[in-house]
Design a protein around this ligand. Structure first.
Ligand code: COA
Length: 158
């Protein structure tokens, strides 16, 4: 598994898709109606990515396995925080490629990169209704560290 770089146009497309999935998840969780979810997501993203996909410290990568693109990963370095960590904003394995270990392999590749950056943890958030993803994270050693609203934050110490 390689976490290959992508250009800005591709990153913008990946971001747009991640935003759409996040919106659907917020609505599916019952937390907010669509109009309110759209407003909140736009405000959240403006805060997280003030310079769009070129915001320093944010990485958009292609998941490459056996010479093919199988998905994408968006993560941020938060190395000045205590403890220094990497935060996974989005991971996607294309629907036809799921259930073959790519998601797990991508997160393990991220562990190697996060360690080399100097991070001591990986954090991510997941909706409570995303049982498949939660099982995957638990299998990889992630533990819940904060619960609230429609989901929880999980952490893996490196
Ligand atoms: C979550 C996701 C990245 C896992 O990728 P993957 O390549 O299928 O993961 P792996 O093959 O390494 O692990 C498969 C695990 O994911 C779970 N999974 C979730 N959705 C799945 C799907 N549609 N097909 C197959 N497995 C799925 C399986 O339950 C499996 O866990 P198990 O082996 O304990 O049953 C992928 O399902 C996905 O892109 N989902 C949509 C986006 C998403 O929910 N991202 C996470 C946001 S927090």
């Amino acid at each position: 598994m390689q976490l290959a770089p992508m250009d800005e146009a591709e990153a913008a497309r990946v971001l747009g898709e991640a935003k759409a999935r996040f919106l659907d998840d917020v609505v599916a969780s019952g937390e907010l109606a669509r109009a309110a979810a759209e407003e909140r997501t736009a405000a959240l993203l403006a805060g997280i990515l003030p310079e769009g996909v070129a915001t320093p410290g944010h990485h958009f990568r292609r998941l490459r396995a056996d010479g093919a693109d199988v998905g994408s990963l968006w993560f941020a370095e938060r190395l000045c925080e205590t403890p220094p960590h990497v935060y996974v904003y989005d991971i996607l394995v294309h629907p036809g490629c799921r259930g073959r270990g790519h998601g797990g392999a991508a997160l393990q590749a991220l562990e190697v990169e996060a360690r080399s950056l100097g991070a001591s943890q990986i954090l991510l958030s997941v909706f409570a209704h995303n049982a498949g993803a939660i099982r995957l994270y638990e299998r990889l050693g992630y533990e819940p560290c904060e619960r609230g609203g429609a989901g929880m934050r999980m952490r893996k110490a490196l």
